[in-house]
Design a protein around this ligand. Sequence first.
Ligand SMILES: [Mn+2]
Length: 364
Amino acid sequence: MNIIINKYIANRYKNIFKNIDADALLIMNTGMFDANFRYFTGFNSGLFESSYLVVEENTSTLITNPLEYETAREMKPEKMNIINAKTNSNAKNVLNNLLKNKRIGINEKFIPVSFYKELKKEINAKFIDASEALSTARSIKDEYEIENIRKANKITKKALSEIENYFKLGMTEKQLAAHLEFLFKEYGGEDLAFETIVAFGSNSALPHHFSSINRLKENSFILIDCGTKYKNYCSDVTRTFIFKPYRNSLKYKKMIRIYDAVKNAQLIGINSIHDKEYSNKPYEKVLNYINTINNGVFKNTFIHSLGHPVGLNVHDEGPVMGHSKELLRKNMVLSVEPGIYITGFGGVRIEDDIIVTEKGAKIL
Ligand SMILES: [Mn+2]
């Protein structure tokens, strides 16, 4: 583990206790992976199923098993102790010794009820919900996180800048997605941030379309919503193209009108984001713009929020830019992704990830 991340990990341990009144924080991976485990370990390998991480203000203890012990030792940050528990009951004993009679923060948003019940039965401690504190801490990114999100964005945008070379009449959405994912790997992407969305033609009007065996036709939209990971951190970028346009056709002219409106909408969104602005403000400005331009021809075609936090998860912790009103803060990273969707015709979405600064939003 490099020296730089040690500093950030140590800060994360300290920070979390500013927001919860607890002696320790317990992060558990169940069958599913809690992103907070990566947040407090910095690990970017290993599954760590049935592993427990106990975070205290100045130290942490990882209770893991022979499957992951060596991986953990290789990657461990300075302030971590690792315990190699041969069986789960062994692990529980260690946990009991560490936690008994203490106030323990736990991520109630994540752990299954059955695990929580078991834990309460087996360990005599006072459990406190830490999920809000975790969400608050994770919403503000440190420099190390910002650099990794920036790198993930760079890889994604490099791949997208070359993807037009792979457009081919008659190809399927799935084929194009595969080409893009190959480029991600070529340029250093470590994993997909989420299942790549490639939507041809009228499928582009479905914001959460799954890439299918639908084939590419001339004079139609290609919408690509994609992201890769770098050192656990995600990117989330959308681009919309028009394949082999018939420049004099009415369809093409309509596609361009939609595209230009979304492009302007994104600019309006980005320009209304800054430190201490409320999260609903940029959304409302964009919604108002889309609803009123061209005598309201695109009214009610923007059907989702303007953007969401991006980090260890592609939909990360923190404020979503929609109807609800929360403060945007410096060093939050959010997607800005307006869209116009016309059922049966097609849609356009343009998405970039930005960082909130005092002066405004900066595209990553
Ligand atoms: Mn997104």
